[in-house]
Design a protein around this ligand. Sequence first.
Ligand SMILES: Nc1ncnc2c1ncn2[C@@H]1O[C@H](COP(=O)(O)OP(=O)(O)OP(=O)(O)O)[C@@H](O)[C@H]1O
Ligand SMILES: [Mg+2]
Length: 224
Amino acid sequence: MDIRFESAGASFGARVAVEPLTLSLTESRVGIIGLNGSGKTTFARMINGLTKPTTGKVIVNGRDTREEKTALADVGFIFQLPQNQIILPIVRDDIAFGLKGRGFTKAEIDRKVELVLARLNAEGLAPRRAHELSGGELQIAALCSVLATDPNILILDEPTNQLDLRNRALVQKTIEGLEENVVVITHDLELIAGFGRVLLFHEGRLATDAPAEEAIARYRELAV
Ligand SMILES: Nc1ncnc2c1ncn2[C@@H]1O[C@H](COP(=O)(O)OP(=O)(O)OP(=O)(O)O)[C@@H](O)[C@H]1O
Ligand SMILES: [Mg+2]
């Protein structure tokens, strides 16, 4: 993956959510930590173009996000509340939905759906009603829907939020096994403990850009 922020910042009216920053992300695993409201989600949304920079530019795999009308198709995003991105009632249909309008035949879509379910060991979820799933199952279902579209980069916004130990372990194991480039925003510091690169945001500024251990230590200092 090749993500470049060039003096890129984002403001909402007078509120500066992310102060202009310049950096390049090429590692296959990047963690993002920081207090509530520190700018993590906004920074992540700038990577896939859901939020366009109000100053500077963001270049992802050679494309300037400002020149794309919509979010970048190959940058998958799992939202902080995955129920907000499930569109159809049945899990299997929801996974297939994301593949429609991309030039695949019905048979190709069916095959991609089966492949992603098998990959995440989630065949049992396919016929279930999304609104009946537990939090962890819903995280996995959302992951299936996004992975089915073959993203090059996957952004996970607090993927273990509200999960019990078992579902948390399931999500962590799933993330560890992903071939895709992954950017993980989390308050669950164990999840990013092994990451070589962790960005710590504080009051909209990139406060630390370091291996996990150093970034987490700095975060603990800032939090008190
Ligand atoms: N669409 C928006 N309109 C106005 N202000 C916004 C918008 N999105 C974010 N903000 C503001 O920008 C700041 C950063 O928000 P952001 O969602 O990026 O924080 P965060 O680090 O993800 O926080 P959390 O840990 O609570 O999810 C906050 O002050 C927030 O209120
Ligand atoms: Mg957030």
